[in-house]
Design a protein around this ligand. Structure first.
Ligand code: S3P
Length: 443
């Protein structure tokens, strides 16, 4: 369905965004190979995560949802999953596909993975390389694209793997493969990436050591074949989803918004730092730890923003937030220059190209480099008045709906379907705060 977003008067209220997508995948996956029952509260019930549920069920894990929304996973123990009878269709989910490939690399049976057009265009060699080194056999279309076949090894080798790209998905794939590997599996990351896997594995009782390296990197060491047992996991709200209402409330004059229990893991919260540097008023209250992850209530008030330089080393901690940051930058006063964005080209879409084209179509002045984006803000929202092709990318869709909330002319998106992968009910949630998002052909 196509949606159109018109200028909002103000956005106000309190609410909570759906559960963290990264943590939801990990709770299900680790729960499936723990011994006994895992209860998950606040799981993100969106397409990406439900694909992981279906895949784990096909692999023999029993997963139930109680009437009160609590999910129960009955784990089969480390190495205890069984060969699936059907193809694992991961839909749009890069995280689901890559993490499960890791897990299955050390289960001695054959699995087939497929996905939608967006996922089938994304590179898988980044996980294939280390998983082959551990002993898995992988054969993929065009060398490194889905659909692919993976045959896990019965005699896995522990490796020390230095990440060639700053990717938590690759790190997690190697660590999950390391679960059913004797000895110590190590990942060295020159730039720290989100550590949800490390925290989740520890929460379940695995031994994960982290060493800080000179130059800011980290080495993560997992002791293989641990006895992990079912736990209770409380999933905080997803900061990557909260980013859209937060930025919208910063931009629409007179707005004030509180979002409760949002995850604020330091390796995920680069957006809050950047918005702070742009002059945003964001109050962080009631900090707490839920299931090993830090969470807090966030309150924002609308106010003027100024352009900033966003350094490349911040990219891993706000990688999914660049689309909405670019919208904020287009409304700020002055130039915002974002560098080190090469990874944005291989997300659900080429996000760098999609943002540059879309913002230009809405009247903003932007320059796109191979791995950089410069946005020339004028202190006023760009005109709007464009229809954006979202290319099966949920974050592109939501970013342009946010722009429509503040632009003089409405902004339309050609397909709201992808939003279901991470933020079901987004339009209704925003409208509840005062936004005006509607079906494009509504009267
Ligand atoms: C994720 C890691 C990031 C992020 C993705 C979720 C994860 O991808 O973009 O949405 O849950 O590990 P990369 O690890 O490929 O950067």
């Amino acid at each position: 369905m196509a949606l159109i977003s018109r200028r909002a008067r103000t956005l106000a209220g309190e609410g909570s965004v759906p559960g963290d997508k990264s943590i939801s995948h990990r709770a299900l996956i680790v729960g499936s190979v723990a011994v006994g029952e895992t209860r998950i509260t606040g799981l993100l019930e969106a397409d990406d995560v439900l694909r992981t549920v279906d895949a784990l069920r096909a692999l023999g894990a029993r997963i139930d949802r109680d009437a009160d929304g609590v999910w129960r996973v009955f784990g089969r123990g480390v190495g205890g999953l069984a060969e699936p009878a059907s193809v694992l269709d991961m839909g749009n989910s890069g995280t689901g596909a890559r993490l499960l490939m890791g897990l299955l690399a050390t289960h001695p049976f054959t699995s087939f993975f497929t996905g939608d057009a967006s996922l089938s265009a994304r590179p898988m060699d980044r996980v294939m390389t280390p998983l082959r080194r551990m002993g898995a056999t992988i054969s993929a279309r065009s060398g490194d694209r889905l659909p692919l076949m993976i045959r896990g090894t019965a005699g896995p080798l522990p490796i020390v793997y230095e990440l060639p790209v700053a990717s938590a998905q690759v790190k997690s794939a190697v660590l999950l493969a390391g679960l059913n590997t004797p000895g110590t599996t190590s990942v060295v990351e020159p730039q720290p990436t989100r550590d949800h896997s490390e925290l989740m594995l520890r929460h379940f009782g695995a031994e994960v050591a982290v060493e800080r390296l000179d130059g800011g990197g980290r080495a993560i060491m997992l002791a293989g074949q641990p006895e992990i047992t079912g736990r209770h996991v409380v999933v905080p709200g997803d900061l990557s989803s909260a980013a859209f209402p937060l930025v919208a409330a910063l931009l629409v004059p007179g707005s004030r918004l509180t979002l409760s229990r949002v995850g604020i893991n330091a390796l995920r919260s680069g957006l809050l730092e950047t918005l702070g540097e742009m002059g945003a008023g964001i109050a962080i209250a009631d900090r707490r730890t839920e299931g090993g992850e830090p969470a807090a209530d966030l309150t924002v008030e609308a106010g003027p923003l100024r352009g900033v330089e966003v350094p490349p080393e911040r990219a891993p901690s706000m990688i999914d937030e660049y689309p909405v940051l670019a919208v904020a930058a287009a409304c700020a006063e002055g130039v915002t220059r974002m560098t080190g964005l090469g990874e944005l080209r291989v997300k659900e879409s080429d996000r760098l190209g999609a943002m540059a084209r879309g913002l230009e179509a809405c009247g903003a002045r932007v320059e796109e480099g191979p791995d950089a984006l410069t946005v020339h803000g004028t202190g006023r929202a760009p005109r709007g008045g464009a229809r954006i092709a979202v290319e099966r990318d949920h974050r592109i869709a939501m970013a342009f709906l946010v722009l429509g909330m503040v632009a003089a002319e409405p902004v339309a998106i050609d397909d709201a379907g992808p939003i279901e992968t991470s933020f079901p009910g987004f339009a209704g949630f925003m409208n509840g705060l005062g936004a005006r998002v509607a079906a494009e052909d509504a009267p």
